[in-house]
Design a protein around this ligand. Structure first.
Ligand code: GTP
Length: 370
């Protein structure tokens, strides 16, 4: 069956909201997963509680500059000299780093220079100005290290941020792509569903048409069989109706008028039997009706109503052998619907109809105990 428009709309909304929800969920996940990135960069590069390569150099340089200041004091007191030595030793300790030795050529000469200064100071054999001057080379080296370390740190931060941003972008576009692909698949799926629905509907309509008599619009012989099977185990009455002298009617009025009479009788029979009755045209001038039949008396009553109804309708029949109007011959039988019982019920109703025909037509008969 083709889905009702509202049901289809509901399905569209459900699909769309589900896709949107999964898309949003994906985005939230991405944001949640990447939330640590920036604080992490900060934490990593600032290394709270630890000294970075740049900070070591800065401190070392500061110690050396302090030592220079202490050495430049006129007539330095012993305390100032000791402080200068300590500062140079501290500076040495921070300067003597494996990474500096490996990365910066000026490290080794700088450390040698500091060693020489320390040795001179220890022996008290030094020229203050010459010592201060000698300290400039390590200070310059440390400044170079500082600047280079700063640059490295900045570049690393930038690289890290950039690659994180790129990853985020890839994730965002991928989720967008997944979302769009989901929509496309959904659309293809819907289109396929619609096609299948349409094909099913077409098949259903064709089947319906194949079950209908095109002239009168009532069911045909196949529909009668199908309905009997659909009403299995129900007590039914089968009524067979045949128009009397229809050949003569056709001969008198022509086939188009004969067709009109067939349509009129189909309507009349349908109205006379109640709404629960189902009417079929078995071919030619023969109709059949299936009706709920709790007992034979009910069936007889319907047969009687049919005959009287046609009589009252007064459809003119100029070629009728002994009446002026169209008359019907009706035969009926009751049965419990089943594939096996139906042929017997049909035969019984047909025999009843035959008896009416041989008895002079315009009447009804019911075969009991079929
Ligand atoms: N107009 C019209 N006539 C049809 C159609 N189908 C069959 N007929 C005619 O119906 C007539 C049936 O004739 P018979 O079977 O001899 O029945 P009858 O003339 O009613 O005779 P009894 O049943 O013995 O009273 C034939 O002349 C068929 O040509 C149809 O679709 N339209």
């Amino acid at each position: 069956m083709r889905p009702r428009p509202l049901a289809r709309q509901h399905r569209y909304i459900t699909w769309l909201s589900l896709s949107l929800m999964s898309f949003l969920a994906l985005m939230v996940l991405i944001v949640y997963e990447s939330r640590w990135v920036y604080p992490e960069i900060q934490a990593y590069f600032s290394q709270t509680g630890n000294l970075t390569g740049q900070q070591l150099a800065t401190r070392s340089r500061a110690y050396l500059q302090d030592a220079q200041s202490e050495l430049l004091i006129d007539q330095p007191a012993q305390a100032a000299l000791d402080a200068a030595i300590i500062n140079i030793e501290l500076a040495y300790g921070l300067f003597d780093v494996h990474v500096y030795r490996r990365q910066y050529e000026c490290t080794e000469p700088g450390l040698v220079s500091l060693n020489r200064v320390l040795a001179g100071l220890a022996l008290r054999e030094f020229d203050r100005v010459a010592v201060v001057d000698e300290l400039f080379a390590p200070i310059q080296c440390l400044t170079h290290i500082e600047m280079h370390q700063l640059d490295q740190r900045g570049a690393a931060i930038n690289n890290f941020s950039e690659s994180t941003r790129q990853h985020n972008q890839v994730l965002t576009y991928s989720s967008l792509l997944i979302f769009v692909m989901g929509l496309v698949f959904w659309w293809l799926h819907e289109r396929q569903l619609r096609r299948t629905d349409r094909a099913t509907q077409d098949t259903f309509e064709w089947m319906q048409r194949a079950m209908r008599d095109p002239l009168t619009g009532v069911g045909n012989r196949s529909a009668l069989h199908q309905d009997v099977l659909a009403k299995q185990h129900q007590s039914l009455g089968l009524i067979l109706v045949d128009i009397d002298y229809f050949k003569q009617y056709n001969d008198a009025y022509g086939h188009p008028q004969g067709d009109t009479l067939l349509r009129q009788l189909a309507t009349l029979i349908g109205k006379t039997l109640n709404d629960e009755a189902q009417l079929y045209r078995l071919g030619g001038d023969e109709f059949a009706a299936l009706i709920f039949c709790p007992d034979t008396e009910t069936l007889k009553s319907y047969c009687r109503q049919l005959i009287e109804g046609v009589r009252k309708a007064n459809f003119a029949h100029p070629a009728h052998s002994d009446k002026k109007d169209v008359t019907l011959s009706v035969g009926g039988s009751c049965f419990v619907a089943d594939e096996a019982t139906f042929p017997y019920a049909y035969e019984a109703a047909d025999k009843a109809l035959y008896r009416v025909k041989t008895a002079g037509r315009d009447g009804w008969q019911v075969t009991e105990g079929a």
